[in-house]
Design a protein around this ligand. Structure first.
Ligand SMILES: C[S@@+](CC[C@H](N)C(=O)[O-])C[C@H]1O[C@@H](n2cnc3c(N)ncnc32)[C@H](O)[C@@H]1O
Length: 182
């Protein structure tokens, strides 16, 4: 049986565990930024759970556009932004519309490159400073479960306090170095 442990930064692999964590963390009026919403199956669950909140859902797949536009008609609290979450302009657009972020969720695919997933998490969380982050990625889960250290550094929120403001603009020029294939 799966044992659920809730913490401020959560890494998971299975889609149902990702959804379970999101739904059990949400408050009625939370502001959620969902990176990698695909067809909006998790977005819909979030929208139901936080009717007084606001969800910004982002995906760069053309497949996402029509289902997400339909979902926005059903739920007033969803805003879909078609875009690449590795790009500065996508983050900038979201930063301009939000004054807080309670929950950041990242699912670029469970088996997606862990380095890219971490970088997306790191830069978005450093900028939005979410109270809680939930990340779906097998490689990152493997890394965190396999690594150990004698030293102890731990953050209290959904972003890494040890890196403070390292991810916020203008440092985002680093985004330009990414391969377009990843
Ligand atoms: C496994 S699906 C997400 C499933 C969704 N979270 C759910 O619960 O139904 C991964 C999604 O991440 C999106 N994605 C991958 N890389 C992306 C990027 N750089 N920018 C935006 N979306 C991206 C893909 O288009 C895909 O729709």
């Amino acid at each position: 049986m799966t044992k659920y442990v809730y913490s401020m930064i959560k890494i998971v692999y299975q889609l149902q565990i990702y959804r379970h964590n999101i739904l059990h963390t949400l408050g009625k009026d939370d502001v959620v930024v969902e990176l990698g919403c695909h067809l909006g199956n998790t977005t819909r669950l979030i929208a139901e759970k936080c009717p007084d909140g606001h969800i910004i859902a982002i995906d760069n797949s053309p497949e996402a556009i029509i289902p997400m536009e339909n979902l926005m008609k059903e739920y007033q609290n969803i805003e879909f932004i078609p875009g690449d979450v590795r790009l500065h302009k996508t983050l900038e657009k979201v930063l301009k519309t939000l004054n807080k972020c309670d929950i950041l969720t990242v699912d670029l695919g469970g088996g997606y490159h862990p380095d890219t997933t971490f970088k997306v998490y790191f830069i978005w969380s450093s900028s939005l400073k979410p109270g809680i982050s939930i990340i779906r990625n097998q490689g990152l889960l493997d890394f965190v479960s396999s690594a150990h250290s004698e030293e102890y550094i731990k953050s209290k929120n959904g972003w890494l306090e040890s890196s403070a403001d390292a991810g916020i603009p203008p440092h985002l020029k680093e985004f330009k170095l990414w391969s377009s294939k990843l």
